[in-house]
Design a protein around this ligand. Sequence first.
Ligand SMILES: C[S@@+](CC[C@H](N)C(=O)[O-])C[C@H]1O[C@@H](n2cnc3c(N)ncnc32)[C@H](O)[C@@H]1O
Length: 197
Amino acid sequence: MIFEQLKQKKYPSDAAFDTIYPKKYQDHSARHFTPVRIAVKASRLLVDSPADRILDIGSGVGKFCSIGSCITGAQFYGVEKRKILTNVSNRIKKTHQLKNAHFINDDFTNLDFEQFNGIYFFNSFHEHFDETCVLDETSKVSLAVYKKYHENLMTKLNECRTGTRLVTYYTFKNKIPSSFRFIDANETKLLKFYIKK
Ligand SMILES: C[S@@+](CC[C@H](N)C(=O)[O-])C[C@H]1O[C@@H](n2cnc3c(N)ncnc32)[C@H](O)[C@@H]1O
């Protein structure tokens, strides 16, 4: 079983891992969902203790939360505005008994970020910026929507408690408020780690 392998630090290829998802989401995975090895690295940066509560902003089919909760034992929460993707996430949670992964069907702006001491963000608003970034028929380019979500993200990140960890993937530094101190990036510079001042 794929989650047992993860616990034993045997990391499957993304193609092998993604077979847990319906075919149409397997086809989207390379562009829209975090690769297994990046999810492992990001989770380790975010989690210090099993009591930690980590939020994935725009959790898609739940790939990051499923992997992170499995390998760290901390509580991972994914907030996702598309109901169909939250349903896929909850089906995977049930099938694979992922007790520490939780999926909320909502807009991230409705959550209280002070509840979390770790945040993960994989450039979730890009579908409003780039017409090649299509997840489904509701994807729509609108610079006004893109700008509004990023402003909301800045506000929410500024509300986080001191010491909150933040890991971003494919996200420029200028999208993160100066209340977060940049700590490090991985070798490709795509994964960045910050801590709230
Ligand atoms: C690039 S995918 C990332 C998926 C997941 N974080 C992962 O790494 O595997 C971005 C997701 O963010 C969701 N999203 C975009 N804007 C959102 C919002 N305002 N609130 C909640 N989810 C949102 C999209 O529906 C999409 O599923």
